[in-house]
Design a binder for this molecule. Structure first.
Ligand SMILES: Cc1cc2nc3c(=O)[nH]c(=O)nc-3n(C[C@H](O)[C@H](O)[C@H](O)COP(=O)(O)OP(=O)(O)OC[C@H]3O[C@@H](n4cnc5c(N)ncnc54)[C@H](O)[C@@H]3O)c2cc1C
Length: 542
């Protein structure tokens, strides 16, 4: 990650200026054996070749916005609007290769400088009845930042990139206040300078923002150690169409329902987060990553459950199913992998499941103590230690997936991820049903799965799906598969429709089944209370 990357690039995950991923002929051959050979490659259509509708922002509103943020921060030229015309899901990226599928381009991009300007931008938009899409890193994979108009004449994207400051740090309380537009690496850099860490590192870390993490209830790779993002939030400052709303005066409170938790996860529908107060921790002095192999999914999940229920989870705990493990080994390739496979067979591991554990701590000694306790739990499950090199290899490569996805997309592969969570007693059934739904709805797909967030009561499941793209109907192909998987998840409330990607537009049809009609009414009532004319993020959540 460098300061020169251009985060507006919507056609790929890989930011402009960063190295593109290479898909080697060996990987392509391996993939072709599993899913078939892609028919056609499709490159990104350059901005200049796209038809961008002219802005419908009324002149009066534009002048009002310019009076608040300065004319240079009200952007209406096509490149800037295309730069914020959606998130980074497979369908978003596909549209940049097949623009006939339809791009949803906002009428303007507005960049306020501080919380006060955000509030005044909303005031102008209320007066003009203009839709507002809060935009952090734009990494939503569920349609959360699609510039839908709803019943509005025009819609702006409210880009929070200029709200990029560490507002305060209270080292005694271990509370930091960060502005909403601070990206993951900057947050860690600013806190790290003062000896602290947030410890929130999702795979979208490079681009995603503090406001986005809070608005989507994000979960980072080290969620077992540092918690989910909502566990870190102690206070919020929101701009709403009805005025400013601040929440969070104490670490815990019995003063009625916790309204901070209404703001967290509200996906831009209940206000624009301008500042988030978060719990921080001393930066770890030591880290250790290590891998183990378990024989089969049942042994693997049983080991992770034991660790979770005995309070011995490593900060990063990630279990791949046999298919995902097989893919990782195949892609690593080389004589070392062949040796590893032989070694595992010799140790009686017929169907290896890779378990990566990562500990962060104040000292190597502290980590050694936690590691020993974890190994005492893993041993009876038949875990075979693979050493630090395999764990380190995972750590080094943990941000590579999205870059590889860009390259595979260009080569004609349909590649997407989806996630859910449930209680331990239903985890196997949920995995079986989602895998069956994906396999039945796609032609020869490769379906990989892992657990990367574990709790005492259950765990998340994260699926990666690869198939040869159906060039005749590429969007329909994925929409059908996603629908089948979502129905399998929602059927009988087997799992949640989303563990950390949020609702956006894509999961909205399934939310009511999960929270009930009354739940949907409560959310709608909250929305009416803060945003009576419905300007905030039209078409999202409910
Ligand atoms: C390659 C890739 C990997 C990912 N990995 C993970 C992962 O490991 N864990 C995970 O949890 N998620 C992951 N995601 C999903 C996504 O990164 C998260 O949802 C992230 O929290 C979004 O942050 P953002 O700043 O990009 O928000 P955006 O995408 O800009 O916005 C997301 C939603 O929040 C709203 N929003 C944004 N900022 C504000 C604000 N200040 N106030 C109010 N509403 C706001 C938007 O309107 C939208 O509805 C991944 C996505 C990609 C593309």
């Amino acid at each position: 990650m460098t300061d020169t990357v251009d985060h507006r690039l919507r056609s790929a995950w890989t930011p402009r200026g960063a190295a593109a991923a290479d898909v080697t002929p060996k990987v392509l051959r391996w993939l072709a054996e599993r899913i078939g050979t892609p028919g056609a490659s499709a490159s990104v259509v350059p901005d200049a070749a796209l038809e961008v509708p002219s802005s419908s922002l009324p002149r009066r509103t534009r002048a009002g916005l310019a009076a608040v943020v300065g004319a240079e921060h009200v952007l209406v030229d096509p490149a800037e609007r295309l730069g914020r015309c959606g998130g980074l899901s497979y369908l978003d990226l596909l549209r940049r290769r097949r623009p006939e599928l339809g791009l949803t381009v906002p009428d303007a991009v507005v960049l306020p400088a501080d919380p006060d300007q955000v509030q005044r931008v909303l005031d102008v938009c209320v007066e003009g009845d203009i839709g507002v899409v809060p935009f952090g890193g734009g990494t939503s994979v569920v349609g959360g930042v699609t510039a839908l108009r709803g019943d509005k004449e025009a819609v702006i994207v409210l880009d929070l990139a200029r709200l990029d400051r560490l507002v305060s740090l209270d080292p005694d309380s271990r509370v930091a206040v960060l502005q909403a537009g601070v990206r993951g690496p900057e947050a860690e850099r600013m806190l790290g300078d003062r000896g602290f860490t947030l410890g929130h590192v999702p795979q979208s870390f490079e681009r995603a923002t503090i406001g986005g993490f809070a608005a989507t209830r994000s979960a980072g790779q080290a969620s077992s150690g540092y918690g989910r993002f909502e566990d870190m939030v102690v206070g919020v400052r929101l701009a709403t169409p009805r005025g400013e709303w601040r929440l969070g005066v104490a670490p815990a409170s019995a003063a009625g329902p916790d309204l901070r938790q209404l703001a967290v996860g509200s996906e831009g529908t209940l206000g624009v987060l301008t500042e988030v107060a978060v719990r921080v921790r001393p930066a770890p002095a030591a880290e250790r990553y290590e891998a183990f192999a378990l024989d089969g999914w049942q042994r693997g999940t049983s080991a992770v459950r034991e660790l979770a229920q005995r309070g011995l989870l490593a900060d990063v705990t990630r279990l791949s199913d046999p298919d995902e493990t097989d893919s990782s080994l195949a892609l690593a390739g080389g004589w070392k992998t062949a040796l590893l496979r032989r070694y595992l067979r010799g140790r009686g591991i017929g169907e290896p499941c890779l378990l990566v554990l990562g500990w962060h701590g104040a000292s190597a000694r502290e980590i050694a103590r936690r590691r020993r306790a974890a190994i005492r739990v893993l041993r009876p499950e038949g875990a075979v230690a693979l050493g630090a090199a395999v764990g380190e290899a995972w750590r080094r490569g943990r941000f590579a997936g999205p870059r590889q996805r860009d390259a595979l997309l260009d080569l004609g592969v349909c590649v997407e991820t989806l996630e859910t969570a449930t209680y331990w007693s239903r985890l196997d059934e949920l995995r079986d049903r989602v895998r069956a739904a994906l396999r039945d709805s796609l032609d020869h797909p490769l379906v990989l799965c892992h657990v990367s967030h574990a709790y005492e009561t259950g765990a998340s499941l994260y699926f990666t799906v690869l198939a040869v793209r159906d060039e005749a109907d590429p969007a329909g192909q994925w929409e059908r598969a996603k629908r089948a998987a979502s129905e399998a998840i929602a059927d009988g409330s087997l799992g949640t429709i989303t563990h950390h990607h949020a609702v956006g537009t894509d999961h909205a049809p399934y939310l009511r089944a999960e929270i009930g009609d009354l739940g949907a009414d409560v959310l709608a009532a909250a929305r009416r209370a803060v945003d009576p004319t419905g300007i905030l993020n039209p078409g999202k959540l409910v």
